[in-house]
Design a protein around this ligand. Sequence first.
Ligand code: OSB
Ligand code: MG
Length: 368
Amino acid sequence: ICLESVELRVLHLPLVSPFTTSFGTEHVREVIVARAVTADGEGWGEIVTSEAPLYSSEYTHSAWDVARRWLIPALLAKRTFAPEEVPTILEPFKGHRMVKAGLELSILDAALRTEGRSFGEYIGAERELVPSGVSVGIQRDPQALVDAVAGYLDEGYVRIKIKIKPGRDIADTAAVREAFGTIPFQVDANSAYTLADVETLAQLDQFDLLLVEQPLQEDDIVDHATLARQLKTPVCLDESIVSHKAAMDALALGAASIINIKAGRVGGYLEAVKIHDLCRSAGIPVWCGGMLETGIGRAANAALAALPGFELPGDISASDRFYTRDIVTEPVVLEGGHVRVPTGHGLGVHIDHAALEDFTVAREVVTA
Ligand code: OSB
Ligand code: MG
């Protein structure tokens, strides 16, 4: 491609209901979208940072700053390159993986649209539909949680994940297991525990969970290995897996028996595919995580989850699980508990420009 400019926008998308995790409550999804303009067309990507650095160290203003000051100028300086060169061009800049992922996606979308090829075909998607799981935030009390889960099961979601934190773990998990019997069920702690909590975490073993996601801190690879030896419940890592190298280290140490792959967290969809390939050859199941994506990232995630190593349902819910109005004209919908992998050119979605405009709170075009 020949890159001419990149347009960045900060969006505010109201959530249908507040989303509470161990690190906080969101009422509005603040997210950045990138539009890459090439000599032949355009492509769209999503930078999945949030307003505050609570899930990871990245956040809206760090992403905006590094994108306009360093990452986009490096791409514009190179000017003509293949999408596969993006990780190498951006490699000198440390960290900021969500920004790298969003920019890479915008360039992949542009290149594939020009080529007339789908993103799914390009990354090796092998399925037309992928099973859809839902991530349920912490509610007012266990009964409210059961009510929320009942609604999602009625809609057809094939796997339930609940958020837990100290004091809102065993009773919440017990209530869901008790109410719904043998449904596929897992929990996500978002780094809320330490090794001192091993007795609490071991109580999760009685609930026959698919996995416990990220109980300890991002850099606690060794502690996760120690914990995994003391639990029957499989330990799955999210925050800790920031790269293919981190995944290799985690597997070598026995820190995880399942991995959540999020392209934003690992610096891009190309890196995500590498981690998939690694886990597949190591016999480690993976599943596709989510970051409350708009229709742009949600389309890309559906394609990623269609790779053969994605053996567990992902957090790829319908768009209406979070939003009443999406920024694409083909929002993700549930079809018998599954979502369809787009087959159109590039990401296979089209921007709803009126919606995009309505949600935009900041905009900048970066040119050479
Ligand atoms: O840990 O998986 C997580 C959302 C924001 C930040 C971190 C996480 C999540 C989710 C929601 O669990 C996943 C989704 O997009 O449905
Ligand atoms: Mg998680």
